[in-house]
Write a protein of this length. Structure first.
Length: 371
């Protein structure tokens, strides 16, 4: 115990004292002209808010915006945001009407929901003006969109019977109804299911959707950067979307041994984790369906700050795994992915055993500046 205490003292002396979260004013700005033209927002009857993390804990009422005096189409609000300078915050705008709340869709790189992001500062900052839902035009278009999905891997895995199974498209355009838009088997390509639907919406606006198998089996996080939904951009002319594989599974998966490595030196030094009694696990998809108890790491025998574990993940080369580390079964990491995304991600390079780089819990690799 004396040796370990000496180690902690040395670590604290080397890394400094813990950083203090500070509050700095942030001005949010959103252009509502297109939403007003489309009839989605009434400046006199409806309300507009910003929600985010760490902005206000995703509160839908805490941070209201108001029309700018210089341009009534631009709504703004300035709020103190508490956090550590240099870290990434996520946020979205939302409209509240008498009939309910409308959130923006996939509008940025943050997390599986496609949140907007910005970097926290220790000084006041004004974020650039953006359009609500990234829709810049108030005009609407109606055009035919052809959807295509390859079901070959699902059939090989036994998840789908091409003779009796059904495939449909659910999205914003049909209120996510799983039976409203069934696809049909292509006569020339027996693994391909296709269908065409006329969609109406803002010109160059995004439309979210997913494929559904057998009426109830939804795809997972199949959008860009690990977002939940697929997205298309509505055009004024007919378009045929590229062929994709259901759930983005292009090959039959295999059990891949993956070694995880987590450094807890800072968490121990800060008193956030007791190495003698605490537990460390990794949860993710497709690792263990986000189970916090299925994949427990063990303390390394040569490095007392390192926890490791090797687990088989059923996946394939080129596929992406989302995951997070968890302390004591309930303390999850925050937004630790690239560009402020919620989850860590790893792309499998092959089906051979692979070792992930060593990382720090919550990406905190020091105790902050010495003050």
């Amino acid at each position: 115990m004396k040796t370990y205490s000496a180690f902690l003292a040395g670590l604290a002396a080397t890394l400094g004292t813990a950083a203090t979260a500070l509050a700095a004013p942030v001005t949010f700005q959103v252009n509502m002209s297109a939403q007003i033209s489309l009839g989605n927002f009434s400046p006199t009857a409806d309300s507009l808010f910003v929600a985010g993390d760490p902005v206000n804990g995703w509160s839908t009422t805490e941070s209201p915006l108001a029309a700018s005096t210089g341009d009534p189409n631009i709504w703004t609000g300035t709020f103190d945001v508490v956090g550590t300078a240099g870290t990434t915050a996520q946020y979205k705008f939302l409209i509240t009407t008498s009939s309910g709340t409308t959130w923006e869709g996939v509008v940025g790189p943050g997390g599986p929901d496609g949140n907007r992001t910005f970097t926290l500062s220790d000084t006041e900052q004004t974020l650039p003006v953006v359009y609500f839902n990234n829709v810049t035009s108030g005009s609407t278009v109606s055009s035919d969109v052809t959807f295509q999905v390859d079901m070959s891997v699902q059939a090989t895995l036994g998840n789908f019977d091409p003779e009796s199974g059904t495939v449909s498209v659910a999205g914003e355009f049909n209120s996510w109804n799983t039976s409203d838009f069934p696809l049909t088997r292509d006569g020339n390509s027996p693994n391909l299911w296709v269908g065409t639907r006329q969609l109406t919406g803002p010109n160059n606006g995004s439309v979210l959707y997913k494929f559904v198998m057998n009426g109830s089996s939804w795809e997972g996080n199949v959008g860009p950067n690990g977002t939940q939904n697929r997205s298309l951009t509505l055009q004024s002319t007919a378009q045929t979307l590229p062929v994709v594989f259901f759930n983005n599974q292009a090959v039959v998966p295999a059990n891949i041994p993956i070694t995880f490595q987590l450094n807890l030196g800072v968490q121990i030094a800060q008193g956030n984790f007791d190495p003698d009694t605490g537990t460390v696990s990794v949860a993710g998809d497709p690792l263990n369906n986000w189970n916090t108890e299925a994949s427990v790491l063990t303390r390394n025998t040569t490095d007392p700050n390192l926890w490791t574990g090797t687990f088989e993940v059923n996946s394939s080369a080129g596929a992406v795994m989302s995951f997070k580390y968890v302390l004591n079964g309930s303390t999850w990491e925050g937004n630790v992915g690239p560009d402020g995304a919620q989850n860590r991600s790893y792309t499998f390079t092959s089906t051979d055993p692979q070792t992930l780089p060593q990382v720090y819990f919550n990406n905190v690799d020091n105790l902050g500046p010495i003050t």
